[in-house]
Design a protein around this ligand. Structure first.
Ligand code: 5GP
Length: 175
């Protein structure tokens, strides 16, 4: 398999993230902090760009869950690998995900995070593959909806490679 066509350029991604940052602040009162939780590892680039587009006070934390390993298909099993450092009770929380595919990861995160009594809980994902959804889970902010393609770059990997690409590209030769 090899890196194929570019799906979204650096400029397209930046423009969309600026819109999402403004939308998030429209939904959270301007005098209240937005607490952003990035899902490692894939969301680290999206997080870095998104937090710089949210006006007002922003705090952040990181959570890690098991994902695809070296392959490209989800096992359907979600495991917590690294928990948050701080409590989210009473906070306006935004989960920041690289991509929502089956929705299993996000629905697991919803379950464990709602149990911790945040004031609000919303999700921003850079990419979404609606045709692959196995569980219905709300996503308030979506960068781009895409077909059933395996994509890399801008934080997303294939076997830990390609995360550093500034754009989103399609991997060719993956079933
Ligand atoms: P879900 O639990 O929604 O099926 O999967 C979410 C996770 O699967 C994402 O956070 C991401 O790590 C991985 N994933 C899903 N689709 C892709 C893709 O096209 N490319 C890459 N690199 N990872 C993906």
């Amino acid at each position: 398999m090899k890196l194929g066509t570019t799906l979204y350029t650096e400029q397209q991604i930046a423009a969309r993230i600026a819109q999402i940052g403004a939308e998030i602040r429209r939904d959270v009162p301007v005098d209240e902090p937005v607490h952003v939780i990035a899902v490692l590892k894939g969301a680290f680039v999206f997080l870095a760009d998104l937090v710089r587009q949210i006006p007002g006070t922003v705090t952040m934390d990181f959570i890690a869950v098991s994902s695809y390993g070296a392959g490209s298909k989800s096992s359907g099993q979600v495991r917590l690998l690294k928990d948050l450092d701080r409590s989210i009770e009473g906070r306006h929380v935004i989960i920041v995900e690289d991509i929502v595919d089956t929705g299993l990861t996000l629905s697991y995160l919803h379950e464990i995070l709602w149990a911790r009594a945040p004031k609000s809980l919303r999700t921003a994902c850079l990419l979404s593959k609606p045709s692959r959804r196995k569980v219905a889970v709300p996503v308030e902010y979506t960068g781009f909806s895409i077909e059933d393609l395996f994509v890399v770059g801008y934080g997303l990997d294939y076997d830990e490679q390609y995360r550093q690409l500034p754009y989103i590209g399609v991997m060719d030769g993956i079933d």
